[in-house]
Design a protein around this ligand. Structure first.
Ligand code: SAM
Length: 279
């Protein structure tokens, strides 16, 4: 018998008009919809006149439900997986099911659509050639600081999910770990009435959120510039560069140029140039 297909269907993250036509078709046609919260998804499905049977599939029952759903697909039923909002598996349940489907030789087919992380990144104005989706930082400050520390060296733009309860604390810890100067974007309530896309330095964002209670309401994606200093050369390489430039140019010009090339701070390079000159 032909196996069924597992469809991974993205749904809106705040604006129902973002529901895709293909998502509507697939959700109407499959035998069963595995949904993170059936009560929550019922409103969405009713809005689009979809009356497919729903089945609860969430963090607390996925271990028991995965083999049952796999069995259904092995016997020919198509199943769609949805989460409360956005793309399933992105900080949402589904990993276990998709992994098990692959292992069972079941076709897995994505139905692409909204995802808060990608939406925020696309509007951030930060580099998109390399990015790291880091999900939710830990709740406790000590664990959160360690989590950020593990990311400090990465050149990739960092994308975090955050809740209204912790957005201020997370930004404060980012200032501690990443420093206040990196560019960052707070993307709040994407596609909803109070959508806010605010770009500033990490320190400015932190202060803004501390001072304005309204900026702590709703759902958040924080996008933070990667470590541009990483591209910078080592101190030894910087010294060699400075030595060459200082042979040809006045000290201030040479150090300014070296700072530009390496992405290091001007005053830091200037001090190094003075030390070199004094040697
Ligand atoms: N799977 C979803 C996706 O594709 O975006 C994310 C699910 S995760 C449980 C929920 C988190 O996503 C929220 O706490 C928030 O960080 C982010 N999020 C979801 N919708 C959002 C929105 N409209 N604006 C900003 N962030 C949002």
């Amino acid at each position: 018998m032909k196996h069924g297909v597992l469809y991974i269907v993205a749904t809106p993250i705040g604006n129902r008009s973002d529901m895709g036509q293909r998502a509507i078709e697939i959700l109407s046609e499959v035998k069963l919809i595995a949904a993170e919260d059936t009560r929550h998804s019922r409103h969405l499905l009713q809005h689009f006149n979809i009356d497919t049977h729903m089945w609860a599939y969430h963090d607390h029952n996925e271990q028991q439900q995965t083999p049952v759903l796999i069995e259904r697909m092995l016997s020919g039923d198509d199943i769609a997986l949805i989460s409360d909002a956005g793309t399933p598996l992105l900080s949402d349940p589904g990993y276990r099911l998709v992994k098990a489907a692959h292992e069972a030789g079941i076709k897995v087919s994505p139905v692409p659509g909204p995802c808060a992380a990608i939406a925020a990144l696309s509007a951030s104005g930060l580099a998109t050639d390399q990015f790291c989706f880091a999900g939710f930082p830990p709740n406790k400050s000590s664990a959160r600081i360690a989590f950020f520390e593990a990311l400090t060296k990465s050149r990739a733009t960092q994308v975090f999910y955050e809740s209204s309860h912790r957005v201020a604390a997370s930004l404060a810890d980012m200032v501690t770990v990443f420093g206040g100067e990196r560019e960052a974007v707070l993307a709040r309530e994407i596609s909803k009435t109070f959508e806010t896309i605010h770009k500033a330095t990490v320190a400015e964002l932190s202060q803004w959120v501390q001072e304005d209670e309204n900026q702590r309401k709703g759902e958040f994606v924080l996008v933070v510039q990667g470590n541009t200093q990483q591209q910078a050369s080592t101190t030894v390489e910087l010294e060699q560069m400075l030595a060459i430039l200082m042979d040809e140019l006045p000290l201030k010009q040479a150090s300014g140029l070296a700072a530009k090339i390496t992405g290091r701070k001007k005053n830091q390079v200037y001090k190094l140039a003075l030390d070199l000159q004094a040697k």
